[in-house]
Write a protein that binds this ligand. Structure first.
Ligand SMILES: Cc1cc2nc3c(=O)[nH]c(=O)nc-3n(C[C@H](O)[C@H](O)[C@H](O)COP(=O)(O)OP(=O)(O)OC[C@H]3O[C@@H](n4cnc5c(N)ncnc54)[C@H](O)[C@@H]3O)c2cc1C
Length: 427
């Protein structure tokens, strides 16, 4: 049965508003039709509306139904692969532009929150936690790399320092990004949707795009209607399915799981994360966690290649949480859910055009809260005739998954097992 509503997550249970938007039931013409109301689609729509375009967003289920309404809520700068691998992949001028944009997404989010008065519990400060010396050296190199791009908000933490910000004895050290941070992700998406509507944009829910008729004026069809547009922006990411076969062939949906505890006693919560920073560790298959506004611990980790939903998320994630915080042994888990992100072989985003008027961005491979906001901005710039930054992203190489779609999941799982083994034995 097709989904009609949000999964039973902590975020759905604590969302600001549950406005129901109508499904598309007739035929319209606009400047831009956006497919998907996650951060990529919402950010694109908002930037386009601010530039004076008419915009319609088609969402298969509800605003923020995908990763954008289910994620760890961590504002992490840069990309899933860092700037050194981007420098090796594209020309020097493109690498410079992409490097400068690595720190723009957090600023866009903060600007949006302030400008449109979005209530999403925004907090500053994110920590990368290292288990061993090798990971500490990696963080030192990352700091030097980011500073080369002018980013000056990082502070290395030794073993003593990290224990002042995370009450866990697992870590050898870490790095604080003062302009990292965290948000209630679904409330950010809902706030952005309201901002879109305040500027005259229209969002249809329960309106999956089922066919895109390409041509001079592409037409996007839903079960009961259609939108003819000058431009189409495809922003369905891991939930797009086979709508655009070229995009499905070079990416793979993967699941990652999250739990939320019952709200913790104020003192216990403060003892775990005294400065209320969010944390992600430095493993390839990483754990990520933070406190919510009502002091639930939101803890995520684990990857399912091919995005099958595991039967019992709590039994996968709770042991990870207790390994980090054994002091939570008697704490109840109130919510457990899974969400899909889109993996690419390079773990870098795929951005481009199909013909002259269908634009897409997908595949931020696990770190997308900031990138998707930048993607919206550069797509809007490109549609307004300034494509330099869009073209820099578009020059990142795209690779098909070896073995085609059939072997995507087993081969990637094999690769992940290798990296996970490396993490465990620390080499
Ligand atoms: C559990 C989890 C935790 C994560 N944690 C973090 C984190 O802490 N920090 C971080 O930086 N990143 C994190 N990520 C990644 C981040 O959430 C994503 O990169 C980002 O939200 C992707 O946004 P998007 O708009 O591209 O895709 P999505 O948010 O998935 O949105 C796509 C939307 O398109 C809709 N759609 C699909 N097909 C169609 C169609 N045919 N017609 C109409 N609509 C369609 C879907 O219903 C969906 O609403 C996490 C991801 C997951 C799954």
């Amino acid at each position: 049965m097709p989904h009609k509503d949000y999964p039973a997550s902590y975020y759905a249970a604590t969302s600001n508003q549950t406005v129901s938007r109508p499904a598309l039931a007739d035929h319209h013409q606009v400047d831009v039709c956006v497919i998907g109301a996650g951060y990529t689609g919402l950010s694109t729509a908002l930037f386009l509306l601010e530039k004076g375009f008419s915009v319609t967003v088609l969402e298969a289920v509800k605003v923020g139904f995908g990763a954008s309404g289910r994620n760890g809520g961590q504002i992490v700068n840069s990309y899933s692969r860092d700037l050194d691998s981007i420098e090796r992949s594209v020309s020097e001028p493109a690498a410079k532009l992409i490097g400068e944009m690595a720190f723009e997404g957090g600023r866009i989010i903060r600007d949006r929150v302030a400008r449109y008065n979005i209530r999403c519990d925004l907090k500053d400060g994110g920590v990368f936690a290292a288990f061993n010396k090798k990971q500490m050296h990696h963080l030192e190199a990352q700091k030097a790399l980011w500073e080369r791009y002018g980013y000056q908000h990082l502070e290395l933490l030794d073993q003593h320092d990290i224990q002042q910000v995370v009450a866990s004895d697992r870590y050898a050290g870490g790095m604080l990004d003062k302009q990292g941070g965290h948000i209630h992700p679904l409330n950010l998406a809902l706030g952005e949707a309201t901002a879109i509507e305040s500027l005259g944009g229209i969002i249809y829910e329960n309106s999956p795009a089922i066919r895109v008729e390409r041509g001079e004026q592409p037409v996007v069809h839903t079960p009961d209607g259609s939108i003819r547009a000058r431009f189409v922006v495809v922003a369905g990411n891991a939930y797009l399915g086979g709508l655009i076969p070229e995009l499905a062939a070079k990416s793979m949906p993967c699941g990652t799981q999250v739990i939320a505890t019952e709200p913790l006693d104020e003192e216990l919560a403060r003892s775990l994360l005294p400065q209320d920073y969010c944390v992600e560790d430095c493993n390839y298959l990483l754990d990520y966690y933070r406190l919510s506004a009502d002091k639930s611990l939101i803890y995520g980790g684990g990857v399912v290649y091919g995005a099958r939903d595991p039967a019992d998320v709590t039994s996968i994630i709770r042991p990870k949480m207790l390994k980090t915080f054994p002091q939570l042994a008697n704490v109840k888990v109130d919510y457990a859910w899974t969400g899909n992100f889109l993996l690419t072989l390079s773990r870098l985003p795929q951005v481009g055009r199909l013909g002259s008027n269908i634009y897409y961005s997908q595949g931020c491979s696990g770190h997308g809260v900031t990138y998707t906001h930048v993607a919206g901005k550069v797509i809007a710039e490109a549609l307004s005739g300034q494509a330099e930054r869009f073209d820099a992203f578009a020059s990142l190489p795209h690779y098909p998954f070896p073995g085609g779609q059939r072997f995507q999941a087993p081969l990637s799982a094999l690769g992940a097992m290798y990296y996970s083994l490396r993490d465990r034995i620390g080499f």
